[in-house]
Write a protein that binds this ligand. Structure first.
Ligand SMILES: O=C(O)CCC(=O)C(=O)O
Ligand SMILES: [Fe+2]
Length: 448
């Protein structure tokens, strides 16, 4: 599944879902939480894995304005400045104010690797109901070198000859393996040509040899495609970073489980997050290359989602590297401090989120939010392109490691869930593979 996929999102449906959700689900789904002194609250998924493109900010404003206001939160307190829920970034004629910016909660790797250490406070602050839904891990041995080595390959992959890239495509997986560019449609109906992705499972080259499974779950079960003759170093760098991100993600998952259990909900429905991730054959890495964008004077940088549309990742945990910016092949600091990763906070503010270059960040995905019954919360996010005058020709490379349940893992969805309700059968049970393929069909059928 292409987690940061774009779609023809139906924001009225999203709004309706939100209304149903906010009135009923807060009462029902997480009812066990009512005993907890901590206030548990929810958000919508901002229209699903959708790219709002041109209507993004208007729709965000509409959704935001219809939502109940929420209390100040820890995340909010950490913000240096926050913009209104519209996420409105001044579009023209105004001198741009400094971007609202929030630093992630950070955990040193030396603490994370101690299984018996109690990190619940940090987990709650970063990933709990009042957190940002993203947390960073500092000082992971080996990470800085592996990050740079892989991210430097992103523009090289994107600039391989067209015929070579064509050979790296895998339409049968709906471009969920190998090279993918311009295959997704934006809400406007236009193809998303702003970024190119290279997808692979960094853990298993051949997740299964069972043809039935390959046909049933092509986006996970097909085999990796590597540019073995044109760029052999890609496979090595991709696998090395992906494996490290999985290892550290498993450590984080262990502490997340500890936190969830502490909250008094008992075990998850099914396996713990750590077991779920450890036993999965579905992990997917995505090397992203964002092409330079040029904005007209009128656009003045476009919306906050000008590089990657608003979405929540649908799996368990997503590892993210800090992006690398280049101009004409020279590594640079991004000349526009407003560019980068944005999230919507629990209290409906759109903020830029920052973490150190050498930190490894993790975001919660929808499946974890559902299975932890809202103890760990997924975060809507998007990426803004640089838009200031001196930002021309700037590109961005990053890597996302989507850790998700196995295709065979049975997910017992609660009777009401905040995401993709219409895909869940009345008995509420699907395997993760079935759930993912339904999502792929929802967003890609007939669109490639
Ligand atoms: O580019 C980024 O920083 C985030 C990418 C992302 O959200 C995704 O691929 O799902
Ligand atoms: Fe994402």
């Amino acid at each position: 599944m292409r987690e940061s996929s774009t779609c023809d999102c139906d924001c009225d449906a999203a709004l309706a879902t939100w209304s149903r959700w906010s009135s009923r689900t807060q009462k029902k789904l997480y009812s066990s939480q009512q005993a907890s002194p901590r206030r548990i609250r929810r958000r919508d998924n901002d229209g699903g894995d959708g790219d709002w493109s041109s209507r993004a900010d208007a729709d965000a404003a509409r959704l935001g304005n219809n939502r109940p206001r929420r209390k100040a939160t820890t995340a909010r307190a950490r913000a240096r400045a926050l913009v209104p829920s519209s996420g409105a970034v001044p579009r023209r004629h105004a001198a741009a104010p400094p971007p609202p910016s929030v630093r992630t909660v950070s955990i040193p790797f030396s603490d994370l690797k101690e299984r018996d250490r109690d990190l619940s406070g940090k987990i709650e602050e970063g990933l709990g109901p009042n957190g940002l839904g993203i947390i960073s891990i500092a000082d992971v041995p080996g990470f800085p070198v592996l990050r740079k080595t892989l991210l430097r390959l992103a523009p090289i992959v994107a600039n391989l000859p067209e015929d070579v890239k064509k050979e790296l495509e895998d339409p049968d997986s709906r471009f969920n393996f190998g090279w993918s560019h311009g295959k997704e449609k934006l809400e406007s109906g236009k193809l998303d040509t702003f970024k190119g992705s290279f997808y692979a499972n960094p853990i298993l080259d051949v997740p299964t040899t069972d043809d039935v499974l390959v046909r049933r779950y092509p986006s996970y079960c097909r085999t990796n495609i590597w540019p073995a003759s044109h760029l052999p170093e890609l496979e090595i760098a991709f696998k090395a970073l992906g494996k490290l991100m999985l290892e550290v993600g498993l450590m984080l998952a262990h502490h997340c489980d500890h936190y969830v259990m502490q909250q008094g909900v008992g075990p998850y429905d099914g396996e713990s997050l750590e077991q779920t991730i450890a036993s999965s054959r579905c992990h997917k890495g995505r090397l992203l290359y964002y092409l330079p964008r040029q904005f007209s004077k009128q656009e003045e940088g476009g919306s906050v989602s000008s590089w990657c549309g608003w979405h929540t990742d649908h799996g368990s945990l997503t590892g993210l590297t800090c992006a690398l910016f280049t101009r004409n092949s020279m590594e640079i600091l991004c000349p526009d401090s407003a560019a980068g990763l944005y999230i919507r906070t629990r209290d409906d503010k759109v903020v830029k989120v920052t973490f150190e270059e050498n930190e490894l960040a993790y975001q919660v995905g929808e499946t974890t939010e559902i299975l932890s019954r809202g103890r760990l919360c997924a975060t809507p996010h998007c990426v803004k392109a640089p838009s200031s005058e001196n930002a021309s020709n700037v590109d961005r490379s990053t890597f996302a490691m989507f850790m998700q349940p196995d295709w065979d893992e049975k997910l017992k969805f609660p009777s009401e869930i905040p995401y993709h309700q219409e895909l869940i059968p009345p008995n509420g049970t699907l395997t993760f593979g079935e759930y993912s393929e339904r999502l792929v069909n929802k967003y890609y059928q007939g669109k490639t």
